[in-house]
Design a protein around this ligand. Structure first.
Ligand code: CP
Length: 311
């Protein structure tokens, strides 16, 4: 694996390798000094052309915990405003000594284009409606830790705007590879055109699936997309698909609620549910650092697993 642009780059064996290594790095993040010298002398650059809180900070924290130096590029304060292209921006950052580029872009395929222009590994940190592979890896890691280690037969409902969700796409690929049974829950207007070819079941209603699932994965309501021809209103969406306390009560007592963040309290998730111990979004974020350490190590590091977690 030279770059991580899609979950397809990994396959089941690759996913399991990342998750196994992330388990070792999670132990590192809990030490008094949560740092190892695995990437000392290397530089990881973040190129974010779209806003982010979790993914950006998580990658930068992961790089620092591996003792790498970090370079940070923000579209808002860059020479993009003077007309500089994505190509020239990527090559400029590579020329400053980056050993890997972590790229987020609103356009699907932008990280792959960058990977074709530079000679260092590129990690897709979310591209348009296409993929968000490290989000899926950290979700798989979280599920494996909380309800695994094996996820064979685990039943997950992914609820919301699947059509526009890079998180849903990557999660369907990663989790089905690990044996998870997935039911997509959305109105027909928010399902992707080719969903019949996906290895999933589909329900247009949330209520009938609640008692049958081991976890609900709530997708963020993208207000800019939902208000308009796809749905009558956010209120209507919330009434049919929002996870209320009453709906949570109809799920199994040991079931989980996941969310990639940022969450819209009162829309896809009621505030009381977001504060419930079964809502594990913070656990997902915490695990994300260890998972991204594993990805950076595998792509940028040259030493073996043993050396990666010592020191
Ligand atoms: N989950 C996720 O990608 O969040 P950010 O947009 O804050 O990075």
């Amino acid at each position: 694996m030279r770059s991580l642009l899609s979950v397809d780059d990994l396959g089941r064996a690759g996913i399991e390798e990342v998750l196994g290594l992330a388990g070792s790095f999670l132990e590192v993040t809990r030490r008094e000094v949560p740092k190892v010298p695995a990437l000392r002398g290397r530089t990881v650059a973040s190129l974010f052309f779209e806003d982010s809180t979790r993914t950006r900070i998580s990658f930068e924290t992961a790089a620092k915990r591996l003792s790498a130096d970090t370079l940070s590029f923000s579209a808002g304060s860059s020479s993009l405003s003077k007309g500089e292209s994505l190509l020239d921006t990527a090559r400029t950052v590579e020329a400053m000594g980056a050993d890997a580029l972590v790229v987020r872009h609103r356009s699907a395929g932008a990280p792959a284009r960058v990977a074709s222009w530079v000679s260092v590994p590129v990690i897709n940190a979310g591209d348009g409606c296409h993929e968000h592979p490290t989000q899926a890896l950290l979700d798989a890691f979280t599920l494996a830790r909380l309800r695994g280690p094996s996820l064979e037969g685990f039943h997950l409902a992914i609820v919301g705007d699947v059509a526009h969700s890079r998180v849903a796409r990557s999660n369907v690929k990663a989790l089905t590879a690990l044996g998870v049974r997935i039911t997509l829950v959305a109105p027909p207007t928010l399902l992707p055109p080719g969903v019949k070819t996906w290895p999933v079941e589909v329900s247009f209603d949330l209520d009938p699936v609640l008692a049958d699932v081991d976890a609900c994965y709530l997708l963020r309501v993208q207000r800019e997309r939902l208000e308009g021809p796809l749905l009558p209103s956010l209120r209507e969406y919330s009434r049919r698909y929002g996870l209320t306390l009453e709906r949570l009560g109809r799920m199994r007592p040991d079931s989980l609620v996941m969310h990639p963040g940022p969450a819209n309290r009162g829309v896809e998730v009621a505030a009381e549910v977001a504060d419930d111990p079964r809502f594990v979004a913070v656990e997902q974020v915490r695990n994300g650092v260890a998972v991204r350490m594993a990805v950076l190590f595998l792509l940028v590091g040259a030493s073996g697993r043993k050396e990666a977690v010592s020191g």
